[in-house]
Design a protein around this ligand. Structure first.
Ligand code: ADP
Length: 430
């Protein structure tokens, strides 16, 4: 039935009942008594309405569903419906608050910054990442114009031109940021910030690596091509010259082979798909073999000693052989004759270590931090003269990283160097 009728029928019936009562009084006690009874009854009803109206009014000041007053007559229905509406309202509000909290939490975990602005770029809200990227402070900056907060000429131009289809790359507060404005809801805009510092650094490293590798390969190739041209154009070369050319060409060929070999080793070590196959590595025979090779390479120009006073470790023998050999051959290459080179394997408080000490040319302190960078050399010509690729220490660093170890370099120019490959206790094979 129509709810309006449900409201009116009982109200009219109640009024009729009162009037009937007054009519009965009129019949028994006369007209004055009847009218007085009717007046009294209507007045009581009117006061009752005023009473409930007043309760409704005070409830509206603090509309809590728990404090909803009980009603009488038609008011029962009015209060019941108000109660239901209020409960639905409270439930929706609770859901909305919960959703908002979840949204804020998700936004605060985002690795990208999000700034919400109105149509004239006044800051409404931003997540913590955006605060860190752009140096904003929600408490301080809310309601301020974003162009007054991010003072960067390129950002100003981006806003003025309004070409928001493309993102903009900014150097801001020591970071490379990719910022993008996305209009939404007609009158609002979102500013998204993405920190591209790391990917930019990796990109630059990759570009540098390709440029360096090409440069390293071009030199021996030019030499070989030059000699081949001479051999092709001059058929009357004497045997000694011919032999000298062949020797130089094979040296350059060897250089390219070393370089390509080291590049392949590095890329294999860096590949995330290649997990470390750790097995027992017997250190003594490994280092004794490296010592034999070192003596052969030195050809009597250095006094090389070996002390093994430490445990075997868990690791990949080929990777460790490559790292240790790099350190030892460097010591030979950078130590003029007659030189002294000491190799020592020891157990330490932190685990175990392989130290290579030489009495060579040493390295001045400003170079130390960069030695493990690919193709970084203190003296380019000396490195090339001795068939260096510039990748040896980068390989050592990666091998040690894969074994949870680290490379420590101590050196004094003109006095000698000590390269220490340190391994943690967890590497020791018990
Ligand atoms: P390279 O093939 O040029 O030797 P590495 O990566 O092995 O490349 O070494 C990087 C640079 O570190 C070398 O060019 C050299 O300048 C310096 N270096 C490495 N080992 C020694 C050492 N034992 N004594 C002095 N300098 C060294």
């Amino acid at each position: 039935m129509n709810p309006q009728l449900l409201f009116w029928i009982p109200a009219v019936l109640r009024l009729l009942l009162v009037l009937c009562g007054a009519a009965v009084v009129w019949a028994f006690f006369g007209v004055v008594a009847g009218l007085s009874a009717a007046f009294l009854a209507v007045t009581v009803l009117a006061f009752l309405q005023l009473y409930y109206l007043n309760r409704l009014d005070s409830w509206l000041d603090n509309p809590d569903s728990e404090k909803m007053p009980d009603g009488f007559g038609s008011w029962t229905d009015v209060f019941a419906r108000l109660y239901k509406m209020r409960r639905d309202d409270e439930r929706n509000q609770a859901e909305l608050t919960e959703w908002l909290a979840r949204f804020r939490q998700a936004m605060s975990r985002l690795p990208d910054g999000v700034v919400i602005m109105d149509d004239v770029l006044f800051l409404e809200w931003c997540n913590p990442t955006a605060q860190a990227h752009l140096g904003l402070d929600m408490e301080r900056d809310k309601g301020m114009r974003v162009t007054n907060l991010i003072r960067h000429p390129a950002f100003m131009d981006y806003i003025i031109l309004g070409r928001y289809e493309q993102p903009l790359t900014l150097s801001l507060r020591g970071r490379k940021l990719v910022v993008h404005i996305i209009p939404f809801e007609n009158r609002r805009q979102i500013l998204v910030t993405h920190d591209a510092t790391e990917s930019e650094r990796i990109d630059m490293m990759r570009r540098d690596f390709i440029a360096n590798a090409s440069h390293e390969l071009r030199t021996p190739l030019t030499v070989i091509n030059g000699f081949l041209e001479i051999a092709g154009s001059q058929s009357n070369l004497d045997m000694t010259t011919r032999q000298a050319h062949i020797k130089l060409m094979s040296e350059q060929g060897q250089r390219m082979q070393n370089l390509v070999g080291d590049m392949l080793t590095l890329s294999r070590l860096e590949s995330a798909d290649l997990p470390l196959h750790a097995e027992k590595v017997s250190i003594k025979p490994l280092l004794e073999q490296i010592l034999r090779e070192a003596n052969a390479l030195s050809a009597g120009r250095h006094a090389i000693s070996l002390t093994v006073d430490g445990p075997d470790i868990k690791g990949n023998i080929e990777e460790l052989r490559s790292a240790f050999t790099n350190l030892v051959t460097n010591a030979i290459r950078y130590t003029p004759a007659p030189g002294k080179i000491d190799l020592a394997w020891q157990e330490t408080e932190e685990g175990a270590q392989f130290a290579v000490r030489d009495s060579g040319i040493g390295i001045s302190s400003e170079h130390l931090a960069r030695l493990t960078e690919r193709f970084y050399r203190v003296d380019k010509s000396r490195s090339r003269e001795t068939q260096g690729t510039g990748l040896g220490l980068a390989i050592v660093k990666h091998v040690l990283l894969r074994h949870h170890g680290e490379l420590v370099i101590q050196s004094v120019a003109d006095q000698g160097s000590t390269f220490i490959a340190k391994f943690p206790k967890s590497s020791i094979y018990y």
